[in-house]
Design a protein around this ligand. Sequence first.
Ligand SMILES: [Zn+2]
Length: 220
Amino acid sequence: MTGGERNVWSGCGVNCPTWRYLWLLWVRFSPLDSVAAFAASQEGARMDLAIRSAIQDGIGNLEVAEPIKWHRRGQVVSANVALRNTLGCRLSLVIRVPVPCPFQAVILVRDHGTHPNNAVRLCVRGRHVNRRSDRRHWLPGTHLHIWTPEYGDSHAVDPRPPWPPDGWHEDADSATETEILALVRTFCQMLHIAFDPATMWVAPDLKPQPIVLPDGDEIP
Ligand SMILES: [Zn+2]
């Protein structure tokens, strides 16, 4: 600025009491924080979407990182093991086997990212209707839930190759420990998850537990 020019703002900079007052009002009541939070959530959602797409496409060098450890709660035996990966995300493989009907296991990849959710979920011989999307149904039938931004993990499709496992019977009403292992192996192959049963597989205990009555008696 040359000496002859006059800056129209020069007489009313941030030191001017009026501007200062307006500035303080803006800082105090502006929605900047909520705008920033919204932008962060959008960024998080985009990141989650990218990670879930990679999981669904079998990208990310997922690998079962620890031996499977089973927990029993009531009539469900379940495991939750870490999945090593190159996506920079905390992922786990979750297996749930209902003891009264082990032929209806559920196997999924859990994304513990900004918005935790199931990226992929296999429901073995489960009942399901795509109520929010194309209304396809499996009543019952093995189906694969694929997380999408529109429908979360409520949308299902047919399982992909190499499904089904060798010797598969969709209408079976029992399952052995060996068949549970075959399910887990096939699920891992479907998503290119490295899984070495020789070092990582431990069979679940599917024996029904006796019900203990308050007086200590057991109903076998
Ligand atoms: Zn389902």
